[in-house]
Design a protein around this ligand. Structure first.
Ligand code: FMN
Length: 179
C-alpha cells in the first residue's frame, strides 16, 4: 500500500472478526518491522508480550483490561503487551540519566516502535487498537514481567469489521511554529 494511504487509513478499530485468526509468523513480521525504528544508541529497549491462545486472551481481558477496553478488543485474536527495559534509553553507562527526561526516552523509543508496528499491521491488511487504560500490576503478575521493565500499552491486533471515520486532525499551522 502507498505510504500516505497507510497512514491515512489506519484507525483505532474496536470490533474484530472472530473468524479471522492471526498466526505467529504474521505477528513476528510486524514486530520485526517495529524494531527497524530508531532508538537511543540503538538500545532497542522495547519488549513485546504476545497473547494468542483463547484461554490466555479470555483471562487477560477479564483480569487486566477495564470492561470498555475488554469489549472493544473482545474478538481480537491477538493482544500485544508493550513494555520497555527501564534505565536503558536516556541513561549513560554509569546508570545516570543523561538529561531531565530519564526514562521518558524509553517511552519515546517504544512509541516510535509502536508507531511503526501499527502502520506495518495496516499495510498488511490488519487493524489495531492501542489501549493505555489497563492494569499494569495485574499484567506484570500474569505475564511474569520483571520490575526492570515498564509496562506501557496493550495493542489489540486483528481484522476489523468496522471502518471508523478519521477523528478530526489539527493542521500543521496549529501545532507547528516555523522560524
Ligand atoms: C497512548 C494511547 C492510548 C490510548 N488508549 C486507548 C484506550 O485505552 N481505549 C481506547 O478505546 N482507545 C485508546 N486509544 C485510541 C485513541 O482514542 C485514538 O488513537 C484517537 O482517538 C485517534 O483515533 P484514530 O486512532 O482512529 O486515528 C489510545 C491511543 C493512544 C495513542
Amino acid at each position: 500500500m502507498e505510504f500516505q494511504k497507510v497512514i491515512e487509513s489506519r484507525r483505532s478499530v474496536r470490533k474484530y472478526d472472530p473468524a479471522k485468526k492471526v498466526d505467529e509468523a504474521t505477528v513476528k513480521v510486524i514486530i520485526d518491522a517495529a524494531v527497524l525504528a530508531p532508538s537511543w544508541k540503538n538500545f532497542q529497549s522495547a519488549r513485546y508480550y504476545v497473547i494468542r491462545s483463547e484461554e490466555s486472551l479470555t483471562k487477560f481481558k477479564q483480569a487486566c483490561l477495564p470492561p470498555f477496553n475488554a469489549n472493544s478488543s473482545a474478538d481480537a485474536p491477538v493482544l500485544i503487551i508493550t513494555a520497555f527495559v527501564k534505565n536503558s534509553s536516556g541513561f549513560d553507562p554509569s546508570g545516570e540519566p543523561v538529561n531531565e527526561l530519564g526514562n521518558g526516552w524509553g517511552l519515546y523509543d517504544l512509541g516510535l516502535h509502536n508507531g511503526i508496528l501499527i502502520l506495518k499491521a495496516k499495510d498488511m491488511g490488519l487493524d489495531t487498537l492501542v489501549m493505555g487504560i489497563r492494569d499494569a500490576d495485574k499484567i506484570r503478575e500474569m505475564l511474569s514481567i520483571g520490575d526492570d521493565e515498564m509496562i506501557v500499552s496493550v495493542i489489540a491486533l486483528g481484522y476489523g469489521t468496522q471502518e471508523p471515520k478519521m477523528p478530526k486532525r489539527k493542521a500543521a499551522e496549529e501545532i507547528a511554529k516555523f522560524f
